[in-house]
Ligand binder design. Structure first.
Ligand SMILES: [Zn+2]
Length: 256
């Protein structure tokens, strides 16, 4: 079988002398690992473009026994500049990519995941400031896309739309107003502003997620306070761990 697709390079490595393996997030085929035979030598077929974070147009072929995917050709669509040297941003993007790999991408949501990673990459490449909360926000968005969306709009009991401080029930994956909160366990108290940020992350492109980034002085009208960044992280990571069984540990996501 042969197919062509758009792809982002999530990982690349060498095996044998002249061959490469490449892990790709594709627009229509989810995450795949393909082998580029002669990849480290053949500039004609791969234009030297099999580098991390590059966007490619690829054609592939399944080998005769159906055992693996062979990369036939790769054409560079765009490659990052800043993400070749800004290690803080590289670290943030790698964290996002590790989460994509840990969660997996089903073929029917592949297009959304591809767009999400591509736009997150563009944000890290172009934005003057990027908030350190970015990987947390990415986890919320990807989980929501892949069918695990916490309900953040209104109180899950009485239906009241919430603007004020509320409680996020990690186990139920919903917000509750103070009147309905009762004596539950595993509640993250969350400010109206944090709640607004998390809602917008569920709806808006990553290119617009800089609403919570502070300027150089740490100020900024929309900047989240350190306490608000912490509650966002506790709510999202609590949710991800409880419902998806994943936790970030020593540079990778681990099943819990
Ligand atoms: Zn309520």
């Amino acid at each position: 079988m042969e197919w062509s697709d758009s792809a982002l390079v999530l990982g690349v490595g060498r095996f044998r002398e002249a061959d490469l393996w490449v892990r790709l997030l594709t627009r229509r085929h989810g995450i795949v690992t393909a082998f580029a035979f002669g990849g480290s030598r053949s500039r004609k077929r791969f234009c030297g473009c099999l580098d991390l974070f590059n966007e490619l147009q690829i054609s592939t072929k399944t080998t005769r026994n159906g055992m693996y995917l062979s990369l036939q050709e790769g054409i560079l669509v765009r490659g990052p500049q800043r993400l070749r040297s800004d290690w803080n941003r590289v670290g943030m993007l790698m964290n996002c990519i590790r989460f994509v790999e840990a969660l997996g991408v089903s073929p029917d949501t592949s297009g959304e995941a591809f767009a999400l990673v591509k736009e997150t990459l563009a944000l890290l490449e172009e934005a003057e400031r990027v908030q350190d909360l970015l990987p947390v926000l990415f986890r919320l968005r990807l989980a929501s896309q892949q069918g695990y969306a916490p309900a953040l709009r209104a109180c899950a009991r009485c239906g009241k739309t919430l603007f004020d401080p509320a409680g996020f029930s990690v186990a139920e994956g919903t917000v509750l107003c103070p009147d309905c909160l009762g004596r539950r366990e595993n509640i993250v108290e969350i400010s109206g502003k944090s709640l607004d940020v998390l809602r917008r992350v569920q709806e808006e492109s990553p290119l617009r997620w800089n609403f919570a980034a502070s300027d150089a002085s740490g100020a900024g009208d929309e900047a989240l306070l350190p306490s608000e960044r912490r509650e966002c992280a506790r709510a999202v990571d609590g949710f991800v761990q409880y419902h998806l069984g994943l936790t970030w540990d020593k540079g990778r996501f681990r099943r819990v």
